[in-house]
Design a protein. Structure first.
Length: 500
């Protein structure tokens, strides 16, 4: 019997009423294991209405009430991390260790939300004029929405909703329809932790659900993580409807390797950053820029390591890389490798013919490594979102920097060098929102904010950290003057001496 994933509205399961369902496959077998209900406009409206009703009390709740519930949620999430990881592996395909790592990174933001009291502290200036004080406070927005991608079905929602609800907002999540089960399990754990009904809601679906959230007058802000074309659409559409928007888009992350770098460390980093989670992450290193004469040696070291990666089902403890999310995506990724030679690249490793015995219908692709890739090649220009690593060659640091800064994307980047001066110069000169120095995937910890530049971010706020708190609240400044009690009218005695 096929499993059915329904919506979560007003603190309970809401069976799909639209009659439209989408298939969810096991990427390791290609079999449809689940169907997910797609929300109609009316069902999205019901979720927003539940959130709006819950905001009347949740927005006025004490910080202690909110954080107490979040602490309980954190404990439940920690206790059920293996279960959530298994749901991720079953629908996304990533290996169990990667799935556990995803849950752990989501927990970081729950930790941050548990300490929200400190971040929501206001400011006070006294005596700005005679008996005049000025204070600044932050207040919640109301109903906010999150639209999240398939590659991190637990972590990315947790980049959003813990901070949003800790700040006093209520939340409507529209997760990816490709791997929806983790979001429902998170909703169940929030309810078990004591979160009031309606504070957190989940609606599944496609463009119908997304467009309704972008247009709904009661949704005050929208958070999004996904591809650049959709991020641009989300930002344009939601902004036109008067909403606050943070829309994180795609990437082409470069790793610059200088001639003085530890090439073994750089090769280790390139392999883990390019092929971990099958390359299906916006912070994957997809382009290595080798400076000077080290290119041949570096490529050989990467090849030696890449060939040893064991690819197999995510629930096999020996697997180091799993399949891609869908067959359509697998075929698209393969096309970049198939066409690479005709575009001037040297194909060092071609993983397009890879299969796994006993799982021949899975969405498999092996490791691919392309060398001497011209910047005109589609494999370099596009965000591939798969286990394909491009190596580009330059003669100088300046040439490499210009190459990186010419990219329309500016999500993350890294430099590998032993020279502190070169590293310092790079972190100041490179046009990207997140920079690693001998760190290949510079994803910030929870109390710093995540976000890129250029076509990797639409909107003014990065996600989580201080930017997350600011995004989910709005500032208010209060200017106050009170008369001195000693100046009270005759006949009113508050016990203050009148001879001061």
């Amino acid at each position: 019997m096929t499993k059915v994933v329904n919506h979560w509205i007003g603190g309970k399961t809401a069976e799909g009423a639209s009659g439209t369902y989408g298939p969810v496959t096991d990427p390791a077998t290609g079999e449809v294991t689940t169907k997910v209900a797609f929300a109609s406009v009316e069902e999205v409206d019901a979720a927003v209405a539940a959130a709006k009703g819950a905001y009347l009390s949740w927005g006025q709740s004490s910080l202690a009430t909110r954080t107490t519930i979040l602490f309980r949620f954190r404990a439940l999430l920690d206790a059920h991390r293996d279960e959530i990881a298994e749901l991720i592996t079953a629908e996304h395909g990533k290996v169990h260790s990667d799935a556990l790592g995803e849950v752990a990174r989501g927990l970081e933001i729950v930790d941050l939300a548990c300490g929200i009291s400190v971040q929501l502290k206001g400011e006070l200036s006294t005596q700005v004029a005679s008996r005049v004080d000025v204070s600044s406070i932050r207040q919640p927005l109301g109903v906010v929405a999150g639209i999240t991608p398939f590659n991190f079905p637990a972590m990315v929602p947790m980049w959003m909703f813990p901070l949003a609800i800790a700040c006093g907002n209520t939340f409507v999540l529209k997760p990816s329809e490709k791997d929806p089960s983790a979001s429902i399990r998170l909703a169940e754990l929030l309810s078990e932790a004591g979160l009031p009904d309606g504070v957190f809601n989940v609606v599944h679906g496609d463009k119908v659900a997304v467009d309704r959230l972008l247009a709904h007058p009661d949704v005050k802000a929208v958070s999004f993580v996904g591809s650049t074309p959709i991020a641009r659409y989300i930002h344009t559409t939601a902004s036109a409807n008067g909403k606050r928007v943070q829309a994180l888009g795609g990437a082409k992350n470069h790793m610059l390797v200088l001639p003085d770098a530890d090439l073994d460390a750089a090769a280790d980093a390139a392999v883990s950053a390019a092929y971990g989670s099958a390359g299906e992450r916006c912070m994957a290193i997809s382009a290595v820029v080798a400076v000077g004469a080290i290119g041949d040696t570096l490529v050989e070291k990467i090849r030696e390591r890449a060939e040893k990666i064991k690819i197999g089902p995510g629930n096999d403890p020996t697997s180091e890389m799993g399949p891609l999310i869908t067959k359509v995506h697998r075929d698209k990724v393969a096309s970049y490798v198939t066409n690479a030679a005709s575009e001037g690249a040297e194909v060092v490793l071609d993983g397009t013919g890879y299969t796994v015995d006993g799982h021949e219908n899975g969405h498999w692709i092996g490791i691919s490594l392309l060398d001497k890739v011209p910047t005109s090649a589609k494999a370099y220009q596009d965000e591939i979102f798969g286990p394909v690593l491009c190596v580009l060659r330059t003669e100088t640091y300046e040439e490499a920097l210009d190459l990186i800064n010419s990219s329309p994307f500016g999500n993350g980047t890294a430099i590998f060098t032993r020279d502190g001066g070169a590293a310092r110069r790079f972190q100041l000169e490179v046009e990207a929102g997140m920079v690693g120095v001998n760190v290949p995937i510079p994803v910030p910890v929870g109390y710093h904010s995540f976000g890129g530049w250029k076509d990797s971010l639409f909107g003014d706020h990065h996600i989580y950290g201080n930017d997350g708190t600011h995004f989910y609240t709005r500032g208010k400044v209060v200017t106050t003057r009170w008369p001195d009690p000693a100046d009270a009218p005759t006949g009113v005695d508050l016990g203050f001496p009148r001879n001061h």
